[in-house]
Write a protein that binds this ligand. Structure first.
Ligand SMILES: Nc1nc2c(c(=O)[nH]1)N[C@H]1C(S)=C(S)[C@@H](COP(=O)(O)OP(=O)(O)OC[C@H]3O[C@@H](n4cnc5c(=O)[nH]c(N)nc54)[C@H](O)[C@@H]3O)O[C@H]1N2
Ligand SMILES: Nc1nc2c(c(=O)[nH]1)N[C@H]1C(S)=C(S)[C@@H](COP(=O)(O)OP(=O)(O)OC[C@H]3O[C@@H](n4cnc5c(=O)[nH]c(N)nc54)[C@H](O)[C@@H]3O)O[C@H]1N2
Ligand SMILES: [Mo]
Length: 769
């Protein structure tokens, strides 16, 4: 592929591997997981040279406090089932444990301008970073720098700012709780709440909606609830690829006769059948278990109309069947029911059908499943959140649950599927650009600092501020900001406008190549590695999607003797930036128990942290809503009577959602294949309905140009993508992030959540010019 200096061509950022064959599409007809997954793992682990460590490491993954937490997704570990690992978790760990290294010789051999022409896959595939590097503008190379000099450089840049709000501190959801706590303490001691994080791009909408409805920003259910639910509704998640351990829960639910309804414009692999890889008998017999009892394919953005229709049906039935509603629960625990009922009555069925893209019969079918279940869990991921009306949609889930008292009891409740393995813990431990006064008061008191009170910048606003020159120092604890953020060229300009960019990373990526006038790469230990400090080998803690906090301990020899742990890097930067700080930064790093002791005093729910986190399965953070304690203004769970948004694409346009392939971890693309969707050797594609293709004269695998129109009328294009005829509703299209971030205008973020609208771009698609 021809690329310009940014590794981009007219087809977007070159994220993928060089394809090793011709693009091909053949629908996948096998169960999810099973032997396909096992074979893929074998090949992958061998390629990374993690042959010895790969399989052995997985045996140590997700152990009761003696192994490391899977660095992959945030799905909880099944109690007792220590082998509950998955293809993508193993790949993710093996990618970190690779034998490949990128050291000073590599950087001496390749200038940054040259590396800018490499694909993202090739950058990361060089292996683990081994020592701190600084950008040398004279030679256009990264050159080695000592840790001390690197910290001094960061510290002097931070000290030189007129105002601490000219710095912004990003977190990608991998960071352990202890490092997270130190990181936000450093930012606040400096005097800023500029703590953007990756949840600004994934579950911000869920947090805000659950906070407004239930007074807690998290889900209320745990895995035990999954084991006793009668009905499971799974909205907008590609579980077989992105939360594969959910497959275990789905097969168990199916085996005990629960109803499982998947709601997704695409029928993903998890909505068919699976062979759970650790079920050796099923594996040997090729025996799949169904993972779905009903699949509904709404239009993109049509979920809220479906949920509203289900609620309307329940309310209509309540006249004849008083048991359809849990009136006692509604009376005792909720607020706003009458307004919500009126809103449902006033929403005509025709509107529900048009906006959901589903016939009335399908909506009633879903309502019947809900009506007939005593205990219902509704689970969701990005298919619901990355929309303009993501907050209203999640609140509609809660509305529906409240109607039948499905909150605060066993086997029932809302359950967002979080992304990165510790993204939830990051928020709990203080990474929040909009902290509450109560949080800041206590932090200030316990840590003896004067925390800033004005809200900080989130991801979108950090990019705007960098571009405008209002933020000049950007620090990223992990992640790949340049590619993960929307509007790739704009984000690149923003990063380049900085005086200093600091990337704390394990692997080389685009964010090292697109940098400020000054730039440092600070390489850190990965979660799989042993973290030796003065008082011995350290453990860190993480929080999963269901609020379980437990320990993770690395077991592998570090990729290089020069790596530092994330807490040590934060402490190094903090000491250099805050020479007069009374915070005992280095004393904390000598023994993470000391950090935990402070966290126990500063954070709600972390009392007695060091003891409780050492219990065999860790401990569960209190969930007030689970106990029917609602920290809302009314003290009750609050219905939301928002009107349905109009999500029907204008004539000639399509709604396009960006998503991950099976062989990818966010911006890390392992290969150009997407097994469960039947794709080989291709990422520059767009899935379309066959009728939409015919109408536009587009052939199967025919080249097309895609143009998005932003809210402000500005246009962005990708050229030469290949169209794949797919089972997706008319008017809808889908393709891969991060390549398609080129199409997302930075200004197109939700007015409800400030999240970039990554699942609902307004596009036209035409045969390539
Ligand atoms: N292997 C692997 N695991 C991962 C990740 C990874 O990249 N690779 N990423 C992690 C992270 S950070 C996150 S946040 C999660 C993301 O997990 P997902 O939310 O599964 O991520 P996406 O790939 O964006 O898939 C979104 C799903 O939503 C559907 N969808 C799109 N639009 C709509 C809509 O309007 N309505 C409905 N109902 N569905 C819709 C798509 O068809 C797709 O199935 O996964 C985490 N786990
Ligand atoms: N169009 C579109 N864009 C999206 C999305 C979408 O659905 N559509 N999804 C959004 C979502 S949900 C998310 S979460 C973001 C993801 O955004 P990020 O979290 O910023 O990106 P990742 O690709 O997960 O980051 C990968 C990099 O993390 C570093 N890394 C890996 N492990 C560690 C570690 O242990 N420590 C440290 N310090 N670094 C490590 C490696 O250097 C690696 O290159 O992307 C968002 N962007
Ligand atoms: Mo995410």
């Amino acid at each position: 592929m021809s690329v310009n200096g940014d590794g981009q061509d007219s087809r977007g950022a070159g994220a993928g591997a060089a394809p090793d064959g011709k693009p091909a599409f053949r629908p996948y007809r096998h169960p999810a997981a099973g032997w396909g997954a096992a074979t893929s793992v074998g090949r992958f682990v061998a390629r990374e040279g993690a042959l010895v460590d790969g399989p052995r490491a997985t045996l140590r993954m997700n152990h009761e406090n003696t192994g490391f937490d899977c660095p992959g997704c945030a799905w909880p570990d099944t109690k007792g089932l220590r082998l509950d690992v998955c293809e993508n978790g193993i790949k993710h760990a093996a990618w970190e444990m690779t034998n490949k290294r990128v050291g000073r010789a590599f950087f001496a051999a390749h200038s940054v301008t040259e590396l800018a022409g490499w694909s993202d896959h090739d950058l990361e595939d060089q292996g683990r970073l081994t020592e701190p590097m600084v950008y040398d503008p004279e030679s256009d190379h990264y050159v080695p720098i000592s840790w001390k000099d690197a910290f001094d450089l960061v510290g002097s840049a931070l000290r030189a700012l007129d105002n601490p709000n000219q710095a912004s501190f990003y977190t990608s959801g991998r960071l352990g709780n202890e490092a997270t706590f130190l990181y936000q303490l450093m930012a606040r001691e400096l005097g800023t709440n500029n703590l953007p994080d990756c949840s600004n791009m994934c579950h911000e909408a869920s947090g805000r909606a659950l906070g407004a409805s239930l007074g807690t920003g998290k889900g209320t259910v745990d895995l035990k609830d999954w084991e006793s639910a009668d009905a499971l509704f799974i909205f907008g998640v590609n579980a077989a690829s992105n939360a594969p351990r959910m497959l275990t829960a789905l097969t168990e639910a199916h085996d005990r006769g629960a109803q499982i309804v998947h709601v997704n414009p695409l029928v993903e692999a998890a909505a068919t059948r699976t062979i759970v890889p650790h079920d050796f008998v099923d594996m040997a017999l090729f025996k799949p278990t169904p993972t779905s009892t009903l699949n509904l394919q709404p239009r993109i953005g049509g979920d809220m109309a479906l949920l509203r229709g289900m609620a309307k049906a329940i309310l209509e039935q309540a006249g004849a069947d008083p048991k359809a509603l849990d009136q006692e629960f509604i009376d005792r625990h909720t607020e706003g029911f009458e307004a919500y009922r009126a809103r449902c009555e006033a929403t005509p069925w025709e509107e529900i059908e048009t906006q959901s893209g589903l016939g009335r019969a399908a909506v009633l079918k879903a309502a019947r499943v809900y009506r007939e279940a005593d205990r219902t869990i509704v689970s969701w991921c990005l298919g619901l959140t990355q929309h303009e009306h993501g907050v209203d949609t999640v609140r509609e889930i809660v509305n529906l649950l409240l109607l039948r008292g499905n909150v605060g009891r066993e086997g029932a409740g809302p359950c967002p599927v979080r992304g990165h393995s510790n993204v939830q813990g990051n928020r709990t431990c203080g990474v929040d650009h909009h902290p509450t006064d109560a949080f800041l008061d206590r932090l200030g008191e316990v840590c003896g600092i004067e925390p800033p009170r004005e809200p900080g910048l989130d991801t979108v606003r950090t990019i705007q501020a960098m571009r405008a020159g209002d933020v000049s120092v950007f620090v990223a604890m992990g992640g790949n900001f340049a590619l993960a953020a929307p509007d790739t060229p704009y984000t690149f300009e923003a990063l380049r406008a900085c005086d200093l960019t600091v990337q704390v990373s394990t692997k080389l990526n685009r964010s090292h190549i697109v940098h400020g006038s000054r730039a440092v790469i600070l390489p850190c230990l990965g979660r799989t590695e042993k973290d030796h400090q003065r008082e011995g080998v350290q453990k860190t803690s993480v929080e999963d999607s269901m609020s379980m906090v437990h320990l993770s301990v690395g077991m592998k020899r570090p990729a290089s003797p020069h790596l530092l742990s994330e807490p040590a890097i934060i402490a190094g930067m903090a000491r250099a930036a805050l020479p007069d700080s009374a915070t005992p930064w280095h004393w904390y790093v000598e023994d993470y128990d000391r950090i935990r002791d402070t966290m126990a005093r500063a954070l709600d729910g972390f009392e007695d942290f060091n003891r409780r986190v050492r219990l065999p399965l860790g401990f569960r953070l209190r969930q007030p809503a689970r106990e029917l304690v609602f920290r809302t203004p009314s003290g009750r769970a609050e219905f939301c009577a928002a009107a349905l948004p109009d999500v029907v694409p204008a004539a000639g346009t399509l709604a396009l959602g960006t998503m991950r392939s099976h062989d990818q971890w966010n911006t890390t693309v392992y290969s150009d294949n997407d097994r469960y969707r039947g794709i080989k050797n291709l990422r520059t594609l767009v899935f379309m309905n066959r009728a939409d293709m015919r109408e536009r004269g587009i052939a199967d695998l025919g080249p097309v140009d895609i143009t998005s129109t932003a809210k402000d009328g500005s246009r962005r294009s990708l050229e030469g993508y290949l169209a794949i005829p797919y089972d997706i509703p008319r008017g809808c299209a889908a393709g891969y992030m991060p390549e398609m971030n080129v199409l997302c205008a930075l200004s197109d973020y939700s007015t409800q959540s400030d999240q970039p609208i990554m699942k609902h771009l307004k596009v036209t698609i035409a045969p390539a010019a």
